[in-house]
Design a binder for this molecule. Structure first.
Ligand SMILES: [Fe+2]
Length: 264
């Protein structure tokens, strides 16, 4: 991918996103959230690419993936008024469809096109599927890490807004904000198992999932960023102070520190 191609993707993204804004303030606010998110994921991707010392061509591909990974969020919210995939549409497969139908990736070499489509398709999968070639796997890992870094920021900001002024909270809340959490989610995290998202029952469960994401982080610079930005500490501020949560705190902090110390 050359610079001109990346500039073209940026222009296409701007026009595509702009076409979904309308008269509904609720829809516009939610679209803006994803538009800003997409751009910040580009920044996080640039940070990771720099830290991992990727060649320029890889950096541009990574940046394009970051820009385009959530492209389906715009039609998804405009049409269904939710970002909840099970209640609407799978935003990862829809993104592949949008990019293919709009022929946006057509100027690229077929291998590069395929890498971008796969990274977009698997960015939100529970796990990256086995059997991918090395380059595709690298970009799948990159987008999953860059996305998480910004989702931490977004989630923490939402928890804060909701706590400080629940009546004016205008963004979609998918789970009830009651004071409980699910013991099964605690067990999964303490055993370093992937938490089954269908088990989530409360907002506290979602906060616990945010902590469990560290098991799914692929690169040490991502963990360093999480530590530097104190994302785990900030999520923990919104969880109750119980013995379970204290165990979780100890577990996730120890995990981050040991991976950074080992460098893998
Ligand atoms: Fe995203």
């Amino acid at each position: 991918m050359n610079d001109q191609q990346l500039i073209h993707f940026n222009k296409w993204f701007d026009a595509y996103v702009a076409s979904y804004y309308g008269d509904d303030d609720y829809v516009n606010a939610n679209l803006k959230l994803k538009e800003d998110h997409s751009r910040r994921v580009c920044d996080e991707m640039d940070y990771l690419a720099e830290q991992l010392d990727l060649p320029d061509n890889h950096r541009r591909t990574a940046h394009a993936i970051a820009l385009l990974h959530d492209i389906a969020r715009f039609p998804q919210f405009a049409e269904h008024r939710t970002y909840h995939d099970p209640r609407s549409i799978n935003h990862c497969t829809l993104a592949v469809q949008i990019l293919t139908e709009n022929k946006i990736l057509r100027p690229l070499a077929p291998t590069e096109r395929e890498i971008i489509l796969k990274a977009v398709e698997f960015h939100g999968a529970k796990e990256i599927p086995a059997g991918l070639d090395a380059d595709t796997l690298l970009f799948c890992k990159l987008i999953r890490d860059a996305d998480k870094l910004d989702i931490y920021r977004v989630m923490i900001e939402n928890y804060r807004l909701h706590r400080d002024d629940p009546d004016s909270f205008y963004l979609e809340v998918e789970l009830p904000d009651d004071p409980y959490y699910s013991p099964q989610v605690i067990d999964d995290i303490l055993s370093e198992r992937n938490v089954d998202y269908t088990r989530l029952k409360t907002w506290n469960d979602m906060k616990l999932i945010n902590l469990a994401w560290i098991y799914d982080v692929n690169f040490i610079p991502t963990l360093k960023r999480i530590k530097q930005k104190r994302f785990l500490e900030q999520v923990l501020e919104f969880l109750p102070d119980t013995e379970d949560i204290r165990k979780i705190r100890q577990k996730v902090f120890a995990c981050v520190d040991s991976r950074i110390a080992q460098g893998k």
